[in-house]
Design a protein around this ligand. Structure first.
Ligand SMILES: NC(=O)c1ccc[n+]([C@@H]2O[C@H](COP(=O)([O-])OP(=O)(O)OC[C@H]3O[C@@H](n4cnc5c(N)ncnc54)[C@H](O)[C@@H]3O)[C@@H](O)[C@H]2O)c1
Length: 414
């Protein structure tokens, strides 16, 4: 039997637990060609989080520092799932120590940090992936296949929304999510996913034609205990800390292929816990997705007779990406959840390490940098009130028309 790939997760908070679960279940999807996975370590400065997560998902040990993982000789591959300002230091140390790295999105707090991380990845010659988990949605992948097959014709309009309500309550506690510069709030936290999906479907964004990044709740209470994720239910003090980044992000873009994009992102959308969705309109058809109905998508084209034509609800099944080789019951209508996106993402990362080419390659650090360049242009558009071109266009992996797009001339400073 081949040697196992030995994995660790740094950060045992909300998303860290999804990564831990994903490494455990990655072994159960896409057949047995891949090397086995050894669940080595969970690291978190909060010892209770590290210990309970290691125990829950069957990892061999818990560590209380990321350095213990970087220095360990028995670990090959590591997920970084901590606050964004910690990503660069940890990624650089792991890559220098010869580990493969899967880093959560946004790749870094700034474009400069992400550029340094891309350089570190190039120097290390290791797999360096970014956690754009929605690339692994079977329904979104199925829509992307249709775009690439040309079924929708020339793309005209992407209308996307990512509405969450984790910050809707002004009494929801302060955390690292609220303290960065403008653009590091709703835009980077959840808008980053929507931007990546849009570029996966439509190719690169060329210009931001208008943007607004309002802060609508100006301060939040300081929590009295360690909190994870969105910290719901944690006791808070009377002291309030300022909110320095965006609660809402709206922006309008032009894609390099001429299509228009309209985006609405919010973390204060009361009643919408995690509502990502989009409509994509082409000259010959349209497709739609709603995360609340994960395992289906909407589709309309001109093929059926006009008398019975209209939007149809397509249940994702074995003829669509990921289902046949990954689900235990690979039938339409059985359904799946967002956790599977993390499992498929982990599988892709492990396959890349093993040199297997069974699935679309993982999003790279360069993709993470590209995403931050778009977000920086959105911030510049919101600040200046002017249209801003996305500087230094880098290829968007796997897109239809974006590879090799020339950098934009006369672009505004971002
Ligand atoms: N892909 C997705 O769908 C998705 C979803 C949620 C979060 N995320 C990303 O995951 C990352 C973490 O977000 P989260 O919501 O899980 O955060 P979180 O606050 O729930 O968890 C972060 C964890 O890091 C630990 N930690 C803090 N400093 C540490 C250190 N120096 N060393 C080791 N551990 C440390 C904390 O104790 C906490 O348990 C962010 O980059 C976020 O954007 C991605």
């Amino acid at each position: 039997m081949t040697d196992p790939i030995s994995v660790a997760v740094i950060g045992a908070g909300m998303a860290g637990r999804s990564h831990a679960h994903a490494y455990r279940t990655a072994q159960t999807v896409y057949g047995s060609e891949a090397p086995p996975v050894r669940l080595a370590a969970i690291a978190d400065v909060n010892e209770a989080f590290a210990t309970s997560t290691a125990q829950r998902y069957g990892f061999e040990r818990a560590e209380t520092s990321w350095q213990a993982v970087a220095e360990a000789d028995d670990i090959d591959a590591v997920s970084i799932v901590v606050a964004n300002h910690l990503h660069r230091e940890i990624a650089e140390a792991l890559l220098a120590a010869g580990k493969h790295v899967l880093c959560e999105k946004p790749l870094a707090p700034t474009v400069a940090d992400a550029e340094a991380m891309v350089k570190a990845a190039e120097a290390a010659d290791r797999v360096a992936a970014t956690g754009f988990s929605y690339r692994r949605s079977p329904a979104i992948s199925a829509i992307r296949d249709q775009v690439q097959a040309g079924t929708l014709g020339d793309l005209l309009h992407f209308n996307g929304r990512y509405w969450c309500d984790y910050s809707a309550d002004p009494q929801a506690p302060s955390s690292w999510r609220y303290t960065g510069p403008l653009g590091s709030g709703a835009l980077a936290d959840i808008g980053s996913h929507l931007i990546d999906i849009a570029e996966q479907l439509c190719g690169p964004i060329l210009t931001i034609n208008g943007a607004s990044l309002p802060i609508v709740i100006r301060d939040r209470p300081v929590p009295l205990a360690a909190a994870l994720g969105h910290a719901a239910g944690v006791a808070v003090s009377d002291v309030r800390a300022p909110v320095t980044n965006d609660d809402i992000a709206t922006f309008v873009v032009e894609f390099a292929n001429g299509a228009a994009g309209t985006f609405s992102v919010s973390r204060v959308a009361h009643g919408y816990p995690n509502a990502l969705g989009f409509d994509l309109f082409g000259a010959d058809g349209a497709a739609s997705f709603d995360l609340g109905r994960n395992s289906e998508f909407g589709f309309v084209d001109s093929t059926p007779d006009p008398v019975t034509n209209g939007w149809r609800r397509v249940l994702v099944g074995p003829q669509h990406p990921y289902i046949q080789a990954a689900q235990s019951m690979p039938f339409a209508g059985v359904g799946h959840g967002g956790q599977e996106f993390f499992t498929y993402q982990a599988r892709t990362f492990l396959d890349e390490i093993a040199g297997l080419k069974r699935l679309p390659a993982p999003a790279t650090f360069a993709d993470g940098l590209r995403n931050l360049q778009v977000e920086a242009a959105i911030v510049a558009a919101a600040r200046t009130g002017a249209a801003v071109s996305v500087d230094h266009l880098t290829p968007v992996a796997g897109n239809r028309s974006g590879i090799g797009v020339e950098p934009v001339k006369d672009s505004a400073e971002v």
